[in-house]
Design a protein around this ligand. Structure first.
Ligand code: PGA
Ligand code: ZN
Length: 433
């Protein structure tokens, strides 16, 4: 095996994601004949400061959402700049991409173009070295299988007519292995379908494969979830805990948190009180974006008041960006961060952010986007980081289970070396059970 592998070609194409919107596919070819391919995901409830996804804005094509400019940037400017570069030096590749773009938000070439190239390079490099992607990214110590957070009930921007809370997730932290956690999750998902049908509500699904019931309140969803866990034969809190992503920016308007389902309009302090009552009543281990992404002082307060009992995850608040994470660490905002490759736009910056978080005692939750594809890179990223947590939607729908199925494969590959993170993934909490 050579200690260098040079890029001979980079080719991009416009393909569709799980919502039927265009996205960027990139293929990198190396001088040793190996290739790496990836497809970039796309969010709907995006943070204000995410790296910029370049869209054509041509109303005559795909309602303005075409990505031909991003594709052309890869095929021309980026391909030219990276030809002949050593793909094994990921940091160097990513630095070149950042410098070539020249903007802080990656808006000139497009974060969708840049991430596509960065990740396809990583995949090609792994192939060239005959390593799995997680081994290339994380090295010899990568061995921790993450606890999956299955988003079984969808609301917010991912489901018209659903609850205000965007994601209700089941977290099988008491399972002995990833394979068993997957089974716990799928069985509970099916039990939930039965519980909702009995309640006389719809069991159609939302963007991430979770059900979209028309319930009278957000709290009713928590009760349905608890009943489903029990009906599937599991103990709430011990076998399966609950995680939430309210994505609160999406219902924060004109200075108030407006929960349509509950007919409530709340101040920051009242919103924190609302979550506190849920933490008291349910086995919640993860609470992501419980407040709007402009509410830094609110995040400090909720972390102080609830952070020992439930991980407070910053998604829209941090956008996988070290600059915002640094501020969060300094101001005591959150004790956990969501990690999304396309929020920041390169593999290296993603790894740097995750490492900065872990060094500060934050947990990391690796995440898909609501617009996804069959690409499984985030499964490998979670194992590479040994961070112990991943969310990829429901244990249903092709683009969601692709990641979980990849984790089954990784668990098999690792054999006796594989460790399922289980409750240790939440070691920064005082879990009551
Ligand atoms: P998005 O949602 O991919 O639509 O941003 C996921 C999340 O908010 O975590
Ligand atoms: Zn989120």
């Amino acid at each position: 095996m050579s200690s260098r592998a040079l890029i001979t070609g980079i080719v991009a194409d416009e393909v569709l994601d799980s919502r039927g919107n265009p996205t960027v596919k990139v293929r990198v070819v190396l001088d040793d004949g190996t290739t790496g391919e990836t497809i970039v995901p796309s969010g709907a409830s995006t943070g204000e400061f995410e790296a910029v996804e370049l869209r054509d804005g041509d109303a005559a094509r795909y309602c303005g959402k075409g990505v031909l400019k991003a594709v052309s940037n890869v095929n021309n400017e980026i391909a030219l700049a990276l030809r002949g570069q050593d793909v094994l030096d990921q940091r160097q590749i990513d630095q070149r991409l950042i410098a070539l773009d020249g903007t802080e938000s990656k808006s000139r070439l497009g974060a969708n173009a840049i991430l596509g190239v960065s990740l396809a390079c990583a995949r090609a490099a792994a192939q060239s070295q005959r390593l799995a992607l997680f081994q290339f990214l994380g090295g010899a110590d990568s061995h921790v299988l993450p606890v999956p957070m299955f988003n079984v009930l969808n609301g917010g921007k991912h489901a018209a007519d659903g609850p205000d809370v965007q994601e209700f997730k089941i977290v099988p932290l008491g399972a002995p292995t990833f394979r068993e956690a997957y089974r716990y999750g799928a069985e509970t998902y099916h039990a939930l379908r039965g519980v909702l049908a009995e309640m006389g509500t719809s069991t159609n699904v939302g963007d991430e494969g979770g059900f979209v019931p028309q319930l009278k309140s957000n709290l009713a969803a928590m009760d349905a979830l608890t009943r489903a866990i029990e009906r599937a034969g599991y103990r709430p809190g011990e076998d399966i805990a609950i995680g939430l992503d309210p994505a609160a920016s999406s219902f924060f308007t004109d200075g108030a948190y407006r929960l349509t389902r509950d007919r409530l309009s709340l101040s920051t302090q009242d919103m924190i009180g609302y979550w506190k009552s849920w933490v008291n009543a349910y086995p919640l281990v993860s609470l992501e974006d419980p407040l709007a992404d402009s509410d830094w002082s609110g995040f400090a307060t909720i972390t102080r008041e609830l952070g020992a009992r439930v991980q407070i995850v910053g998604d829209d608040l941090f956008v996988t960006n070290r600059k915002f994470l640094k501020r969060g660490i300094e101001e005591g905002c959150c004790n956990s961060i969501l990690i999304k490759l396309n929020q920041i736009g390169t593999v290296t910056e993603t790894l740097d952010t995750a490492h900065m978080a872990m060094a500060a005692g934050y947990t990391c939750l690796v995440s898909h986007r609501s617009g996804e594809t069959s690409d499984t890179s985030i499964a490998d990223l979670a194992v590479a980081l040994n961070c112990g947590q991943i969310k990829s939607g429901a244990p249903a729908r092709g683009e969601r289970v692709a990641k979980y199925n990849r984790l089954l494969e990784i668990e098999n590959m690792l054999g006796a070396a594989a460790v399922f993170a289980g409750r240790h993934a939440f070691s920064n909490l005082r879990l009551s059970t």
